[in-house]
Design a protein around this ligand. Structure first.
Ligand code: DGT
Ligand code: CA
Ligand code: CA
Ligand code: ZN
Length: 582
């Protein structure tokens, strides 16, 4: 079992215990254990197998947890979890997937209203029964109702980063099968969409049987949904469906084009083909006369199909990068004769939003700097939280100035990296910034963001953000809409007004690359770009490993049609620094 899977078991135990009203210390021991295990930098299996080391040497892992970890590593299951699960109806635990519903509230709903499923919870909310319970209320009831929709949606679509891990495993598993010549994951995954409904795998091989057998034997498979001669669908333990198609070489490019989609993009492609007397489908591009029309999908003269580039070329179209294929701007660009050269990860030269142990980060200033140098960055900004963010141990002016003095010292010895003295300054609920103007004026780089009062009205929250954009020291708004994919809707903020204000005051907007956030999203980032606002793609890292999420932000930027020139942190330091005190 991986650390992540072991951590999930401990979290589940904590949920179940808490639901049963167990001793809070016991609950906390499992929660902490889950966190320690999840954060541990190497596989616990390696520690367990190493004769010179003990699991109990790990901070926060006592004898009891160590034994459970050993058991999980050996048997991949835990009797204690199974016993607890037998005591609590599964439907009740499903309630915990509703954002804002913890084990305590779920227990109350079960006890008072006998709610044991999401459907019953919805009915009870709609009947107004939930708001009458002690500790609930009208507002909570509304939040729960919204949360049920989100939980239902979250069941259907997986975040891209999670899907990417599964794709990598499947790719490795299937590519070793004899006779597999090419292998691609098409669909929304290939287009880099923030969530994917299912995975669409294409394999170039003569013999489908061996490939389908291999898919059936993939360790993550829960059940086979259908299996035909060349097509198969399975459901994984995670709930994700995987569609597999085995196609001949002459059709691989056509199938890849067809199954990458999007549907809307393909409608346009087919329309153009038809106008040119061609038929394009998953088998290839065919020149058709009237008589061929009813003779099946592969009738007529085969024109192209081996590669995607051939398919598009046969239609006199450029080979669109998959992220563009949403029927938004790509056909207009093609008509104008040139597609924009989309930004790539290697274009980024800096990262302007990250945390350290001074607040809620897990790595020290020195460690973050070392990690940034290792990645070859030219500049970074250290942006810990400000004082209002008490949960993260936010910095008051004194602690912040101490950190800045430390950064000054470190900078003197660095010749390959510039470290900016930054701050992620909270935009207060009542409006205004969380630190005095004179403090903010000393910063090299000020990231402003909303953490509290996220439920405010459109007018209130828009005013707050516009106020921050007017502040002379603020450089950028971080995660500008506050959404968490599958977990929390965006604030009610008027995004167009925010973009207009950023344009007016010469401020930047962030594409937060955390795979839970991706905020701004592709559509909003495209609007910002059209208004000429530079975007910055930031990791918002809370650990050294957290720096590596930038690639998810780049994918979102590519979907927005951004080039390197549209993203400020692609600029060399000498150019970038002109933005600082502009
Ligand atoms: P998803 O899975 O919901 O995240 O989105 P996609 O885009 O991966 O959609 P999916 O898996 O239903 O199908 C993959 C691609 O195959 C889709 O983007 C376009 C193509 N496709 C699938 N079904 C149809 C169809 O009925 N008509 C057309 N024109 N294309 C289809
Ligand atoms: Ca799909
Ligand atoms: Ca599909
Ligand atoms: Zn942050």
């Amino acid at each position: 079992m991986t650390n992540r899977e072991i951590a999930a078991v401990f979290d589940q135990i904590a949920d179940l215990l808490e639901f049963q009203g167990a001793n809070p210390f016991r609950v906390r021991a499992y929660r902490n254990g889950a966190r320690r295990v999840g954060d541990f930098p190497e596989p616990l299996a390696a520690v367990s197998e190493d004769p010179d080391r003990q699991l109990t040497d790990i901070d926060g892992i006592g004898k009891d947890l160590a034994e459970k970890i050993e058991h999980l590593l050996t048997f991949s299951r835990l009797p204690m979890l199974e016993e607890l699960q037998a005591e609590v109806p599964a439907g009740v635990m499903a309630l915990l997937r509703v954002p804002g519903l913890g084990p305590k509230k779920a227990a109350a709903l079960h006890k008072e209203l006998q709610i044991d499923s999401l459907d019953r919870l919805r009915a009870a909310c709609e009947a107004g029964e939930v708001q009458k319970l002690k500790g609930f209320g009208k507002k909570t009831e509304e939040t729960i109702l919204k949360g049920i929709d989100l939980a239902a949606k979250a069941d259907q679509r997986m975040r891209w980063a999670a899907a990417d891990e599964i794709v990598a495993e499947l790719r490795e598993h299937l590519s070793t099968v004899d006779g597999v010549r090419q292998l691609e994951a098409a669909g929304s995954y290939r287009r880099g969409k923030e969530t994917v409904g299912d995975l669409d795998f294409l394999v170039d091989a003569d013999e489908a049987t061996a490939v389908m057998d291999a898919l059936g034997e993939f360790p993550g498979v829960d059940e086979t949904i259908v299996r035909g001669d060349t097509k198969m669908s399975v459901r994984l333990d995670s709930g994700l469906q995987v569609d597999l198609r085995v196609v001949p070489t002459r059709s691989f490019g056509a199938a890849l084009q067809y199954f990458t989609g999007s549907k809307e993009h393909n409608v346009e492609v087919r329309g153009r083909a038809k106008a040119a007397g061609l038929r394009v489908n998953e088998w290839g591009v065919f020149r058709v006369s009237e008589d061929d029309a009813d003779q099946g999908p592969q009738s007529g003269e085969y024109v192209a199909g081996e590669t995607e580039a051939d398919v598009y070329a046969a239609l006199d179209l450029p080979c669109f990068p998959p992220e563009m294929r949403e029927a938004r701007q790509e056909f207009r660009w093609a008509e104008q004769g040139e597609l924009p050269k989309l930004i790539e990860l290697a274009d980024l030269r800096g990262d302007l939003h990250m945390h350290t142990t001074a607040t809620d980060g897990k790595a020290s200033l020195d460690e973050m700097i070392a990690a940034a140098r290792q990645r070859g960055y030219e500049y970074i900004a250290i942006t810990d939280h400000s004082q209002r963010v008490t949960m993260a141990g936010g910095l008051d002016p004194e602690r912040l100035r101490r950190q800045w003095a430390e950064i000054d010292r470190v900078n003197k010895d660095l010749d390959d990296l510039v470290v900016l003295k930054g701050i992620e300054c909270d935009i207060l609920e009542k409006g205004g910034m969380d630190l005095p103007d004179d403090v903010l004026a000393e910063a090299d780089w000020v990231v402003a963001s909303v953490h509290y009062g996220q439920q405010q009205s459109r007018e209130q929250i828009t005013d707050r953000i516009l106020g921050a954009l007017e502040h002379p020291s603020v450089n950028v708004i971080a995660h500008p809409t506050g959404r968490l994919i599958n977990r929390r809707e965006p604030y009610a903020v008027d995004v167009e007004a925010m973009i207009a204000a950023a344009a007016k005051h010469g401020k930047l907007l962030e594409i937060n690359a955390n795979p839970m956030r991706l905020d701004l999203d592709d559509v909003n980032a495209a609007s910002a770009q059209r208004r000429g606002i530079p975007l910055v793609i930031n990791s918002d890292a809370h650990s050294t490993a957290g720096l590596d999420v930038l690639r998810y932000g780049v994918l979102q930027a590519r979907r927005a049609g951004l080039t390197a020139a549209d993203v400020a942190n692609t600029r060399p330091w000498t150019e970038f620094k002109k933005l600082l005190k502009a």
